[in-house]
Design a protein around this ligand. Structure first.
Ligand SMILES: Nc1ncnc2c1ncn2[C@@H]1O[C@H](COP(=O)(O)OP(=O)(O)OP(=O)(O)O)[C@@H](O)[C@H]1O
Length: 310
């Protein structure tokens, strides 16, 4: 559904050129839900804008939903939906009018447009909201309306840019269910996010981007399995003695952390060995790798810190 090769975008600024995207290859199969994960400024939006014909690449090529991105952008646009970070619906307009107007814009007859709108209102739990001004809808309802607008022409491929930004936890979860349902109903979904939990929950497969280049690819589980081992954190007054026993151990006050494969199974023997040399322990924790660990392993920095810093 997406096959991009060497897609790149350089911006020329007063301070010199900025290589926002440095020649990425992207493959997305029909029916997949692919997450495009990276910290702020990694190049997600720029890539998305190129894939959706909104921005001309400076190098590379792509076939999107069977159409050549450079030679037939109109063909691409007919096949895709795009839901950007800013609301697409006019704030003062009534939700139903916005949907119907857009449906007519796509060439549907009045009758078909009404039918389509009713269907989408139901599908995205917006029944009864059609007469309300967009601005009076909750954040979650507005996001669902945005997605409904993106689905008016039954696109085979839907692009979502940071879908759950600024939503409360309950609305996010509800939105996620709707996004998963899109995939279940047969739409291929490509979404950007800098939230690890969102990427983990939604994606069949993840592409991780940093500084304009893809640094990792795989299912959330595959990526987690690539991180070498579980993180063990031991609390002990003899932290430096414990640290000397493990490669790459990090001491932080009275805590020692290190990674070992199959931490939960290895731990009993390890604790016995430490007991045998007289080490006293007052706490033991084993953490399975998270996507943040994956990101840290790949890039040397924490995605969470980056996201929080934004
Ligand atoms: N129009 C532009 N002119 C100059 N530089 C730009 C332009 N658009 C983006 N950039 C730069 O390109 C890089 C990638 O930006 P991009 O918006 O694609 O990142 P992102 O991963 O989507 O981040 P965010 O999560 O903040 O949207 C950043 O360094 C950004 O400052």
């Amino acid at each position: 559904m997406i096959k991009a090769r060497g897609l790149a975008r350089r911006f020329t600024t007063k301070l010199g050129p900025v290589d926002a995207v440095r020649g990425v290859d992207i493959d997305v199969a029909e029916g997949e839900l692919v997450g495009f994960l990276g910290p702020n400024g990694a190049g997600k939006s720029t890539t998305l804008r190129m894939l959706t014909t909104l921005l001309q690449p400076t190098a590379g090529e792509a076939i999107i939903a069977g159409h050549d991105l450079l030679a037939d952008p109109a063909g691409v646009r007919r096949q895709i939906g795009y839901v950007g970070q800013k609301n697409g619906a006019g704030a003062d307009q009534r939700a139903g009018d916005e949907l119907e107007f857009q449906a007519r814009f796509y060439g549907l007859s009045k009758h078909d447009a009404r039918k389509k709108v009713a269907d989408l209102l139901e599908r995205f739990e917006l029944q009864g909201m059609e007469k309300r001004a967009v601005i009076t809808l909750s954040g979650g309802q507005q996001r669902r309306l945005d997605i409904a607008m993106g689905m008016l022409h039954d696109p085979r491929l839907l692009f979502l840019d940071e879908p759950s930004t600024a939503l409360d936890p309950q609305s996010r979860r509800n939105l996620w269910d709707h996004i998963k349902q899109l995939r279940t109903d047969g739409t291929t979904v490509f979404l950007t996010t800098h939230y690890l939990d969102e990427a983990d929950f939604l994606s069949d497969r993840l592409l991780v981007i940093d500084h304009g280049s893809i640094v990792g690819e795989g299912s959330p589980d595959e990526l987690k399995n690539r991180v070498s081992g579980d993180l063990v954190v031991l609390g002990t007054p003899q932290a430096s003695i414990v640290a000397s026993k493990f490669e790459n151990a990090v001491v932080d006050g009275d805590k020692v952390s290190f990674r070992i494969p199959n931490g939960d199974r290895a731990l009993p023997g390890l604790l016995r060995d430490l007991g045998n040399i007289g080490v006293e322990l007052h706490s033991v924790q084993v953490h399975r790798p998270t996507l943040d660990d994956v990101f840290l392993t790949m890039t040397g920095r924490s995605l969470r810190e980056d996201a929080n810093a934004a």
